[in-house]
Write a protein that binds this ligand. Structure first.
Ligand code: ADP
Length: 308
């Protein structure tokens, strides 16, 4: 069976840019799956979402969503996708209800169907108590929830969430995450971008790590965390000298990354690795092993990708 989303060899260079925003990106998303798209600022996440929606032209490659080809069936494809963009997309001077009614109209919904879809979107994000309020007066968290509600109006088969919790307080963030989890448990397919790694760990089935326009790694969250499990994190009393650094780089290659606290080393043999570090005369302050952290994995992937 074909995947719900099939992105094949997509590349994009913005006019005048010296490097591609996307470089031969291929990804699939299966029905009911939550795919997390993670990477630093400028990695290419928003460009990829824009291309999926047909808002940004690509230079090469193909995109199919639910069997619709992006070039031949753009309007059908837009009906299948719902986007909650990073920039809030509603009119601040309209009330919550007026915004929902306006965007329901834009989506071509009328009559009873419009009423039902508005009701669904309001309940999904728990906005019942705020319907008559001017949208400008909503708190940051409620604005994010309204933004999300608008993307749900036309019952998209796939929901694209671009940093849906950016700039909100902890309580609102928790509420938004619960809303997304509820949608996912009802079988909603989601592509989710976020800088917050704990969110991705809570929500996603699968992750694609993107940097400098390339997919560095893609896989099931549990597998990626299992990989991070094999990271030895060492805090050092003082930074290593140049000679110590180069000896260790010679020995461990791309498995070794230096960070502000000391270093991280990917290894299945932590005891032997500790012996090697001590043999170089390093003074170890803290030692940690066997606690998979997404952050470590991402740091290692990005550092390896940036290496000449
Ligand atoms: P992310 O969403 O991961 O932060 P973007 O997709 O916004 O990354 O950006 C990817 C790269 O493309 C960056 O180098 C960014 O500066 C560049 N870029 C994004 N939008 C434009 C644009 N409209 N014109 C030129 N360059 C752009």
């Amino acid at each position: 069976m074909p995947s719900l989303v099939e992105i094949s060899h997509v590349s994009k260079v913005y006019p005048g840019a010296s490097a591609p925003a996307l470089d031969d990106v291929s990804l699939c998303v299966e029905p009911g799956e939550v795919l997390g798209l993670v990477g630093p600022n400028g990695a290419g996440k928003s460009t990829l979402l824009g291309i999926l929606l047909g808002l940004i032209p690509r230079d090469s490659g193909s995109v199919q969503i639910a069997g619709h080809d992006l070039d031949r069936e753009r309007s059908a494809l837009r009906r299948v996708c719902g986007l909650a963009p990073q920039e809030l997309g509603f009119y601040p001077s309209l009330t919550v209800t007026e915004n929902l009614a306006f965007y329901a109209g834009v989506a071509g919904l009328g009559g009873e169907l419009r009423r039902q879809r508005m009701q669904f979107a309001i309940e999904a994000v728990h906005l019942q108590g705020y319907l008559g309020l001017r949208s400008a007066r909503l708190s940051g968290g409620l604005k994010r929830r309204l933004n999300l509600a608008l993307s749900l109006l036309h019952a998209p088969r796939i929901l694209l969430l671009d940093e849906p919790t950016v700039g909100v307080d902890t309580q609102s963030r928790r509420c938004i995450l619960q809303v997304i989890r509820d949608l996912c448990s009802q079988g909603q397919t989601v592509i989710y971008t976020s800088h917050y790694l704990d969110e991705l760990e809570q929500i996603c089935d699968r992750l694609a790590v993107i940097d400098q326009g390339r997919i560095l790694r893609e896989g099931r969250l549990a597998d990626l965390l299992g990989e991070a499990d094999q990271t030895l994190r060492i805090g050092l009393r003082r930074p290593p000298r140049d000679a110590q650094r180069s000896a260790l780089v010679n020995q461990f290659g791309a498995d070794l990354v230096f960070d502000a606290q000391g270093l991280q080393l990917r290894t299945r043999q932590p005891l032997e690795a500790l012996d090697s570090l001590r043999a170089q005369g390093l003074e170890l302050r803290t030692i940690q092993y066997g606690e998979g952290r997404l952050e470590d994995l991402l740091l290692r992937l990005s550092t390896a990708a940036a290496a000449p």
